[in-house]
Design a protein around this ligand. Structure first.
Ligand SMILES: [Mn+2]
Length: 197
């Protein structure tokens, strides 16, 4: 099997992001985004997605975390698209339910070739530590726009905002693992009657 890896650098006047991704990894991560809570969430994606993920960001955090979080989403989307290549032989769809104590989230992925995000998660706090919960939507919007994927995120219940966020990122990792996995039964076929994704 050819290596399904990506290396993406994205520099703007607001942020400089570098991401290395291996879809067929073992869950190793090296995360230096400058935003500890985002590092904690990306660590969940790597571990539960069994992808190797290296993310380094140097963003304008003196303003706030908005540009950096959004641009990491964009760059990770680009890395996913690059690593997936022509998508021949992948499962394409993946979903997962992940609980953490009282919180439960469901994430459904389709590497459809079309950007689309449905995110339904109510947070009972505006911030987790100093992390603004609005930024989760910015992250996933950037990710789907550049990863050419349909993503449905539903937090079904949960009180604790840290738990809610963690179930979303863990479920995303699990769903990613399934959707991006090579299906041994597919014989390298494109998982679409259209012939391309
Ligand atoms: Mn945690």
């Amino acid at each position: 099997m050819t290596e399904r890896t990506a290396s993406v650098r994205r520099d703007t006047l607001e942020t400089r992001i570098a991401i290395e991704l291996n879809l067929d990894g073992t869950g190793k991560s090296h995360l230096e985004t400058g935003i500890p809570f985002l590092d904690h969430m990306l660590d969940q994606v790597a571990r539960h997605g069994l992808v190797d993920l290296d993310v380094r960001a140097d963003g304008d955090l003196h303003i706030d975390a908005h540009h950096t979080v959004e641009d990491i989403g964009i760059t990770l989307g680009q890395a996913l698209a690059q690593a997936l290549g022509d998508k021949k032989g992948i499962r394409r769809y993946g979903h997962a339910y992940v609980p953490l104590d009282e919180a439960l989230s469901r994430v459904v992925i389709d590497f459809s070739g079309r950007p689309g995000l449905e995110m339904h998660a109510d947070f009972r706090r505006s911030h987790i530590g100093d992390f603004d919960v609005d930024l989760f939507h910015e992250f996933f919007q950037g990710l789907v726009n550049h990863g050419w994927m349909t993503l449905h995120i539903d937090c079904l219940r949960g009180n604790n905002a840290h738990h809610v966020a963690e179930t979303i990122f863990k479920a995303f990792g699990r769903a990613l693992r399934v959707a991006a996995e090579m299906d041994p039964r597919s014989a390298g076929m494109m998982p679409s009657t259209k012939g391309s994704l």
